[in-house]
Design a protein. Structure first.
Length: 423
C-alpha cells in the first residue's frame, strides 16, 4: 500500500515547523518528514558558542516566546533548537523524524501530484513543500590545494578554537560567521588574519534600539529584492551580549585585516587591493542606517536618546593603509584556514523540471513553476527576511493559503444548471 497525504513537507527545521502550523490552521492534512531531528542544523551544523543574531523578542515565531530568556537576550543555538522542538509539540505538528526523502518526481500520467521515495517507502502527495534549508552544502573556493599542508575547514565544521592546530589562523569571509569566528579565535589568544570582502554592517544598537528593530520599522526586512550591486554579506553578532561589528576595532585588538582572498601559489596567498574600499562601503552602509534612523525619529517625534559616539569611526590601521597583498603562509605562521564562504543548495533529488540553467528553483514567492510544488526558506524568497526565523513564518502562511486556494479550484464541481444556449 502506498501511503497518501494531501501535503508533504520535507524538512523539519524552522521552515517545516512553520509550514505545519499554517497547514494545520488551514485544515490541510499533511506530514512533515525530517531525516534527522527537529531543527537539526541548529544542533549539529553550527559552532559551540553560537547564539542567535537577533534578540529573543525578535528571532522567534509569533506563537511562542523564549520562556527562560529575557527579550533582549541572544539565545544560544541549542536553546533555539529546543524552542522549535517545543513549538512543534505545542502545535501538534505531524513530524516523522529519521525519515529521509531520497527522490521526488511527478506522479505517473493520469494521477495527480507527486511520488516521494523515502527511507520508509513511497508516499504520494498532491502538494510538496521543500523546506530543506538554504544553507545546505558548504562552499569552499578552489584556491588552496589539500596538499598544501594546511588544515582547512568550512565554517560549518568549525566548533571551537581548541579544534585547530597551534599557530595562526586565516579566516576567509566577513559575514556574520567569519567575523564571529575570527573574534572568538582572537579572544582565545590566537593570531588571526581576516580576509574581508564586500559587506554590510548595521549598528547592533542605535539610540536605544537593536538593529532588528530599525530594519523592521524602516521596512528593510521586507525589501523584496537584494541590492543590484555585487553580493554583500551582513556582518552582525549577538555574541557576548551583542556589539556592532567594526573591523578596525578588531585590528586594534591584534587581528590583521586582508582584502578578498584571490589566489594561492607556492605557499603564498594573494589578496585583492580592495580592503579599504570594502571597509568604506561597509561604513557607508552603517552610516546610512544611522541617518535613516535619525530621520525616522525626527519624523515621528520619538523620544530616543542621542548617540553621537555611534558616528565615531576609528582611523584606518596600518593593515588598511598599507594592505598586505601577498602573504607567505609559512612566514606568517598560518597553520589553518577557516572558509566562511557560504553555502549552496542541492536539489538534485527533485526530479522535476523546475530549475533554471544555474540550478536555482524557478518560483514566485516560493510557488514553483511546477504546479503543486513549493519552496520555503530560500534567501530572498519573498523578501530579505525570508531565510530568517521570523520571516519564514510569514512565507509559510502565504504558501499554505496558496495551497488552500488551489484546493478550492479543484473542489469546484461545475454548475448543476445547464448553461443557456446563446443562440
Ligand atoms: C551560522 C548560521 C547562523 C544563523 N543564525 C541565524 C539567526 O540568528 N537568526 C535567524 O533568523 N536566522 C539565522 N540563520 C539563518 C536561518 O535561520 C537558519 O539557516 C535556519 O536553520 C534555516 O532554517 P530552515 O528550516 O529553512 O532550514 P534548516 O534549518 O537547514 O532545516 C532543514 C531541515 O531539512 C532536513 N532535510 C534536508 N534534506 C532532507 C531530506 N531529503 N529528507 C528529509 N529531511 C531533510 C534537514 O535535516 C534539516 O533539519 C543562520 C544561519 C547560519 C548558517
Amino acid at each position: 500500500m502506498v501511503e497518501k497525504i494531501a501535503a508533504l513537507v520535507i524538512g523539519a527545521g524552522q521552515a517545516g515547523v512553520a509550514m505545519s502550523e499554517h497547514l494545520s490552521k488551514n485544515g490541510i492534512p499533511h506530514l512533515v518528514l525530517e531525516r534527522n531531528r527537529i531543527a537539526e542544523r541548529w544542533r549539529t551544523s553550527r559552532w559551540d558558542s553560537l547564539v542567535a543574531n537577533g534578540p529573543a523578542w525578535h528571532d522567534r515565531f509569533p506563537g511562542m516566546e523564549f520562556f527562560s530568556f529575557s527579550p533582549d537576550a541572544f539565545v544560544p543555538k541549542d536553546n533555539v533548537a529546543e524552542y522549535f522542538e517545543a513549538y512543534a509539540k505545542m502545535i501538534h505538528a505531524p513530524i516523522r523524524c529519521g525519515a529521509e526523502v531520497k527522490e521526488v518526481r511527478r506522479n505517473i500520467a493520469g494521477r495527480p501530484g507527486f511520488v516521494a521515495e523515502t527511507s520508509e517507502g513511497p508516499i504520494e502527495a498532491e502538494y510538496v513543500v521543500v523546506a530543506t534549508g538554504a544553507f545546505q552544502c558548504p562552499v569552499i573556493p578552489n584556491l588552496v590545494p589539500q596538499t598544501a599542508g594546511i588544515t582547512q575547514i568550512h565554517s560549518e565544521s568549525y566548533r571551537n578554537p581548541g579544534q585547530l592546530p597551534e599557530g595562526a589562523t586565516l579566516v576567509v569571509g566577513s559575514g556574520s560567521s567569519g567575523v564571529q569566528i575570527a573574534e572568538e579565535l582572537l579572544r582565545a589568544g590566537r593570531r588571526v588574519y581576516l580576509s574581508v570582502g564586500p559587506h554590510d554592517r548595521p549598528p547592533r544598537r542605535y539610540r536605544g534600539r537593536d538593529f532588528v528593530w530599525w530594519l523592521g520599522v524602516l521596512n528593510k526586512w521586507d525589501a523584496e529584492a537584494p541590492p543590484a550591486t555585487e553580493h554583500v554579506t551582513i556582518a552582525v553578532s549577538g555574541a557576548h551580549g551583542g556589539h556592532t561589528i567594526d573591523f578596525r576595532r578588531l585590528s586594534e585588538r591584534g587581528l590583521t585585516l586582508l582584502g578578498r582572498t584571490e589566489a594561492f601559489n607556492d605557499g603564498v596567498l594573494t589578496f585583492a587591493p580592495d580592503l579599504s574600499k570594502n571597509l568604506a562601503n561597509g561604513d557607508k552602509n552603517y552610516l546610512s542606517v544611522l541617518d535613516e534612523a535619525d530621520a525616522y525619529i525626527a519624523r515621528n517625534g520619538l523620544h530616543l536618546p542621542e548617540d553621537s559616539e555611534a558616528r565615531e569611526i576609528p582611523a584606518d590601521p596600518e593593515c588598511v593603509t598599507h594592505p598586505i597583498l601577498h602573504l607567505n603562509m609559512r612566514d606568517a605562521g598560518i597553520t589553518s584556514i577557516i572558509w566562511a564562504t557560504g553555502f549552496a543548495a542541492d536539489f538534485s533529488w527533485l526530479k522535476l523540471a523546475t530549475f533554471n540553467e544555474t540550478g536555482a528553483p524557478k518560483h514566485q514567492r516560493g510557488v514553483a513553476a511546477e504546479p503543486g510544488l513549493y519552496f520555503l526558506g530560500l534567501p530572498w524568497q519573498s523578501r530579505r527576511g525570508s531565510s530568517f526565523i521570523w520571516g519564514v513564518w510569514h512565507d509559510a502562511k502565504f504558501l499554505a493559503d496558496h495551497i488552500t486556494k488551489q484546493r478550492g479550484y479543484l473542489a469546484y464541481a461545475g454548475s448543476a444548471q445547464p448553461t443557456p444556449d446563446a443562440t
